[in-house]
Design a binder for this molecule. Structure first.
Ligand SMILES: [Cu+2]
Length: 177
């Protein structure tokens, strides 16, 4: 019966079974293989973005994004400014409850430095339909070097649950020819 203590006092110090040992070794080796595959996937599989991350005060990031919007806004879509950015420029997009702001307009084949941060708490930058995902934290500025390879309209959805308006937290990036 389960309430009876084990027969010997040191019941846990038994030699390890052969089958169990084999599985421990296999799992350990597989862990090592997957660890080194991370480097391989980075180089060959074009996964694992090489982001840069810097500490930043959310108020400073907000001010930088506002200055960026003031400089590059060309029109509005549903009251959201659309910033059309020259090639090679620094591009800012902020996350907050419950916006990705502003809308960006980029050119295909040009390289930009996209700066992302949050003003309140954690959000998830998920670029659709190509499925690039970056966690966006307040106090940390992520800088992604990106070159759009196709023209079209891309959506940004928040994929970290961030409260009541989470499902409405969508942004947009236009890529023009
Ligand atoms: Cu969010």
């Amino acid at each position: 019966m389960a309430l009876t203590p084990p027969a010997s006092k040191i019941w846990w110090n038994e030699p390890i079974g052969r089958g169990e040992l084999v599985w421990i070794v296999l799992a350990f080796l597989w862990g090592l293989i997957m660890f080194f595959m991370m480097v391989y996937w980075h180089v060959e599989g074009q996964q694992n973005l090489s982001n840069e991350v810097y500490r930043i005060d959310p108020a400073v990031f907000e001010a930088k994004t506002e200055a960026f919007v003031e400089e590059f806004t060309v029109r509005e879509e549903a009251d959201i400014p659309v910033a059309s950015v020259p090639a090679g420029a620094d591009v800012f997009m902020l996350a907050r409850l419950w916006d990705w702001w502003p809308i960006l307009e980029l050119k295909k084949g040009q390289t930009y430095r996209l700066h992302l941060s949050s003003l309140d708490w954690q959000h998830g930058f998920s670029l659709q339909p190509i499925n690039i995902n970056i966690q966006v934290h307040p106090g940390l500025e992520h800088v992604v070097t990106l070159t759009p390879t196709e023209a079209g309209e891309f959506s940004v959805v928040c994929n970290e649950f961030c409260g009541l308006g989470h499902h409405q937290m969508v942004g947009r990036i236009h890529v023009t020819e």
